[in-house]
Ligand binder design. Structure first.
Ligand code: SF4
Ligand code: SF4
Length: 158
């Protein structure tokens, strides 16, 4: 099992360096930045096995949309309100999030028990292969201290 606290500490130490990397990239053209991120994303995930990590499922967790709730409740043969009452709470931004972490659907082997119907935010995390990366540089900096793949990508681009 990967050591989250050791990772957090290492990533926090690199935070200033990552901030400078992102400031430098911000001056480049949007398409160029997207291409650089997408290539670094591919390189990072070719080396990282998320099943040996699961930090995002243990410590971050998604915001769930109405569509996410509908899909996951359907998979579990539950009514949407039952799903909400059992697993979710409303956070300070009025979004649905899991009541507690680690995520209730994370297995001891780090597999997701609703993988095919997992929330959109889980599918897209850590968002380093999307378009218009420059719009989410603050989030990417935050994610560099939650996700070893983002740390690797920013090391790569630094
Ligand atoms: S729903 Fe699945 S992918 Fe999303 S946080 Fe939970 S275990 Fe992880
Ligand atoms: S997306 Fe990042 S935090 Fe989540 S399991 Fe993969 S490497 Fe770990």
């Amino acid at each position: 099992m990967a050591d989250y606290e050791a990772f957090k500490h290492r990533a926090e130490v690199k935070r200033d360096k990552f901030r400078k990397t992102l400031s430098r990239l911000k001056k480049l053209h949007d398409n160029q930045v997207d291409k650089m991120f997408h290539e670094a994303h591919e390189r990072a995930f070719a080396q990282i096995d998320c099943l040996t990590c699961a930090f995002c499922c243990r410590h971050v967790g998604p915001r769930l949309t109405r569509q996410d709730i509908k899909r996951a409740a359907g998979e579990l043969r539950m009514k949407e309100t039952e799903f909400e009452n059992t697993y979710l709470r409303i956070d300070e931004d009025q979004d649905f999030v899991f009541k507690s972490m680690p995520c209730p659907f994370l297995g001891s082997d780090n597999h997701c028990s609703i993988y095919e119907d997992r929330p959109k935010a889980c599918r897209e995390y850590p968002h380093t292969d999307r378009r218009k990366m420059k719009q989410i540089f603050n989030l990417t900096l935050t994610n560099s201290t939650c996700c070893p793949a983002v740390e690797k990508i920013l090391d790569d681009l630094g």
